[in-house]
Structure formats: C-alpha cells, structure tokens
Design a binder for this molecule. Structure first.
Ligand SMILES: Nc1ncnc2c1ncn2[C@@H]1O[C@H](COP(=O)(O)OP(=O)(O)OP(=O)(O)O)[C@@H](O)[C@H]1O
Ligand SMILES: [Mg+2]
Length: 263
C-alpha cells in the first residue's frame, strides 16, 4: 500500500453533493507529483468541481471511514500551506481581477494569495525581483504598469499564470486557460505550457481543446456525469474512439508537429 505523502492527490470514495445531486460521484484516484495530467469531459461533467477539490477549495460531502481526500499526504491543510506547492489559474480567478490593479501588482499578489496588494502586505525586494523574473518568463514585462482591466483576456491570463508561478509551485493547475483566446494566443499559451513543464513544474490542465494538449502530458482523466469515465495514458485513452464515446459523437483525433486536433 502506498504511504500517505507519496501522492500529490489521493482520493478514495469521494463524492460531492450539490442541490441533492452528486456532482462528483465516488471518485477514486491518485496523482503523483511527477505526472502531467489532462482533465477532459463534457460541460457540466464535474471537471471544475474536481479542480476545487484538489486545490482545497472544496471538501468531500461525506467523511466516512472509507473516504480519503489528501493533498500532499495531508487531509487537513490551509491555503497558506498550499500556496508554495500549488499554482492555480481559473477563469473565476481572472474575473476577480477585473479591477484597478496593475499587471505587476497582480503578480506580486501571488505571494499573499490575495487579489492585488494592500498596505497590509509587506512586499520585499526579493519578491519584486522574483515577480520581474516571472513577467520576463511570461514575456509580459512591457505591460507591467498597465491596469489589468485594460488588458485583453490573453494578456491578463499571462499575468495570472505569472502570479501562480511566483511561489515556484510543484504543480500548476490550469482550468480552461485558452478560454476566449484567439488561435495565435492559444498557440503562444501552448508554447508557454511546454516552457513551464520543462522548468520542472508539473501541469494539470482542464481543457476542451485538443490543441491545448502538450506532448509532455502523459495521463488523461476523462469525466462524464460526475464520474471518472476513463483514466490512463495517452496511447490508451487519448484516442478518437474513447473521445467519441466520452462526447457521444464521432470524433477523429489527429496530430501534426506536436499539435493535436479533434474533428
Ligand atoms: N454550487 C452548485 N450548486 C448546484 N450545482 C452545481 C454547483 N456547482 C456545480 N454545480 C453543477 O455541477 C455540475 C458540474 O459542474 P462543473 O463546474 O464541475 O462542470 P465542468 O465539467 O467544469 O463544466 P464546464 O466544461 O462547463 O466548465 C454542473 O451540472 C453544475 O451545474
Ligand atoms: Mg469547468
């Protein structure tokens, strides 16, 4: 039996109930700290709920003896403990940043898990240097002084990724990062995810677009109706036939120059 602590996430018999419906139904899985994972499934299948569960934003609805929900080996955690281990970018988070905050303040606020910087935050020179490094890495430093509300979705998304990376997390979780990006911004994001992956940070990516899937992703977890529909490696799971039954339609998967397409 695997010892607690060996997994990034360990879920056994985990369900989440909302409005009398199991929106996650008896989930069992482990994700190890060395895996890059794609989470795929139809709208409403439970992907974002799963992300909330594995980022500590949500707890299982039942806590029987047979329920296990551990993050980095712990069933109890607080957000500041998780801060240095998990970076999170979701569309909901981006929505929170539609305010009078500059790009650079957005990145700095990653050190405090806050939305922007206030007089209660002590920003050190080391933090500023790190934030500069991250904006360089994300190729957005030219926009550091701009208010986030004046940026395009793609520009703001890159600042949020820099914010998530500022604590050098072990795992970066991206929930539909290419949402509302044009094809050129989505291609740029694809390259950025590869760069992040090669820097050693593991990626858990929720997406509806096959073109988001970077070659470094080896494990695929498919959700359907709140349940795990398939969970396995690229060769066995990320295929036209499995995707066809996941989405109840004929789907063909092709790949050219490391970019996947589903038609
Ligand atoms: N607080 C809530 N109250 C009631 N139902 C909820 C709540 N949160 C989520 N749900 C429902 O749970 C289901 C799963 O939602 P979730 O956001 O996890 O889906 P998703 O797979 O991320 O979908 P999408 O691809 O559209 O982002 C949906 O049917 C949603 O309406
Ligand atoms: Mg979602």
């Amino acid at each position: 039996m695997e010892k607690p602590g060996n997994s990034f996430i360990e879920l056994k018999n985990v369900s989440v109930l909302r409005g009398g419906i199991k929106i996650l139904d008896n989930i069992n899985l482990n994700i190890n700290p060395n895996e890059n994972v794609a989470v795929i499934g139809p709208n409403g299948s439970g992907k974002s709920t799963f992300i909330k569960l594995i980022t500590g934003a949500l707890h299982p609805s039942y806590t029987g003896d047979d329920t296990v929900c551990r993050l980095f080996g712990n069933s109890k955690w607080n957000i500041s403990e998780l801060r240095g281990r998990l970076g999170i970018v979701t569309n909901e988070l981006q929505y929170d940043f539609h305010s009078d905050i500059t790009g650079f303040e957005t990145v700095l606020s990653g050190f405090f898990s806050s939305v922007g910087i206030s007089i209660n935050h002590t920003v050190t020179d080391e933090m500023k240097e790190k934030a500069v490094r991250m904006t360089d890495f994300m190729e957005i430093s030219a926009l550091n002084g701009r208010k986030i509300e004046t940026m395009s979705s793609g520009e703001a998304r890159r600042f949020l990724i820099a914010r998530a990376l500022v604590n050098e997390p072990e795992v970066l979780i991206l929930d539909e990062p290419s949402n509302s990006l044009d094809i050129s911004s989505a291609a740029k994001l694809h390259k950025t995810m590869r760069k992040i992956s090669s820097s050693g940070t593991k990626i858990i990516l929720v997406t509806h677009l096959a073109s988001d899937i970077i070659p470094e992703i080896g494990r695929f977890i498919f959700f359907k109706n709140g349940k795990i529909f398939a969970d396995g490696n690229r060769k066995d799971v990320f295929t036209g036939p499995v995707l066809s039954s996941l989405f109840d339609m004929d789907a063909e998967l092709s790949e050219k120059d490391g970019i996947c397409r589903l038609a």
